[in-house]
Design a binder for this molecule. Structure first.
Ligand code: ZN
Length: 308
């Protein structure tokens, strides 16, 4: 008999698929680099991973991009070879032969995972922020994920924190992601280095992608640029959280994602302090580290498949 539910966390660099039981416990898992040959190849790879896990009755998938209720994905700049709109649910049904498939945004899936089985348990109103290549958030209000008519709810990466500021990957200026997304921080480090400013970030990363661990190492070496970039990231996310808290009133803010995982609870505490400083008047909310790490996406995706 196939395992009931498989959760899939589809990212720009890797895909994680795992069996997840009704208590949110993760069983067997398979991890692969993401195919760069377009959505059909990605769907075929996921189908193979599902077979490796012994098949499934239902599958939940978290993917980058805005996702409509038919599982059609739009706006996915960090998926190589994708030309949105991509009918991902249809492709996955064809590739797997499994009809019961739910597709949603990866950050929404991660937020659902943290809400049901992680750091936001017990808080019906929560903002779960994920700091990685970009910055996104899932918003839970009255215990339910708020998506919004266009799937934009919680997209705090594109809140403006500095009018006319640094260029964001989306084309806008002064957005949170330009300061606090790993890609935005790397872009700024490379620009400043090219203009003659030395930094351990480039010494460590060379021409490779400047991963979160590179920032961690440069901070250990007390690199001034790494400290400055991280300070700006903390300030940007803190400002976005303060804005979000005043707009929708949540009781807890959870911070996860690759950058937060690598830089640890100290980063989360600094973000919390920045947000508290901006909120003032005793309005600060607890800002806590995510609890599920890399598993938040697959756990949340499985919940989506179960109808969360
Ligand atoms: Zn933006």
């Amino acid at each position: 008999m196939p395992p009931a539910t498989i959760g899939v966390d589809l990212g720009g660099t890797k895909v994680l698929a795992a069996t997840v039981n009704g208590d949110g416990d993760v069983g067997a898992r398979v991890k692969r680099p993401t195919s760069t040959d377009g959505p059909e190849a990605v769907a075929a790879a996921i189908a193979e991973m599902v077979r490796e896990l012994g098949g499934a009755e239902r599958i939940g998938v978290g993917t980058p991009g805005f996702v409509d209720s038919d599982g059609v994905v739009g706006g996915v700049p960090n998926m190589v070879g994708w030309d949105p709109p991509v009918a991902l649910r249809t492709l996955l049904r064809e590739a797997t032969g499994i009809p019961h498939i739910v597709v949603d945004n990866d950050v929404n899936a991660g937020a659902l995972g943290e809400a049901a089985h992680g750091a936001a348990v017990g808080y019906p109103d929560a903002l779960c922020v994920f700091m990685g290549t970009g910055v996104g958030a899932g918003l839970l209000l009255d215990g339910r994920l708020r998506r919004g008519p266009r799937g934009l709810a919680g997209e705090i990466g594109h809140l403006v924190v500095r009018a006319g500021g640094r260029r964001c990957g989306c084309g806008g200026r002064g957005h949170v992601e330009a300061y606090a997304g790993r890609a935005g921080m790397e872009g700024e480090a490379r620009r400043r280095h090219a203009a003659g400013e030395p930094t351990a970030l480039i010494d460590i990363a060379g021409d490779d992608r400047m991963k979160s661990s590179v920032f961690a190492k440069a901070l250990d070496r007390d690199d001034p640029m790494a400290h400055e970039l991280l300070g700006e990231a903390v300030e940007a996310v803190g400002a976005a959280i303060a804005t979000a808290v005043m707009l929708v009133d949540v009781s807890v803010v959870v911070i996860g994602g690759g950058v937060a995982d690598k830089l640890g609870p100290h980063l989360v505490a600094r973000v919390g302090a920045a947000a508290a400083g901006l909120l003032g008047g005793g309005l600060a909310v607890p800002v806590v580290p995510a609890a599920l790490g890399d598993d938040a996406g697959v756990v949340g995706a499985a919940l989506l498949a179960r109808g969360a």
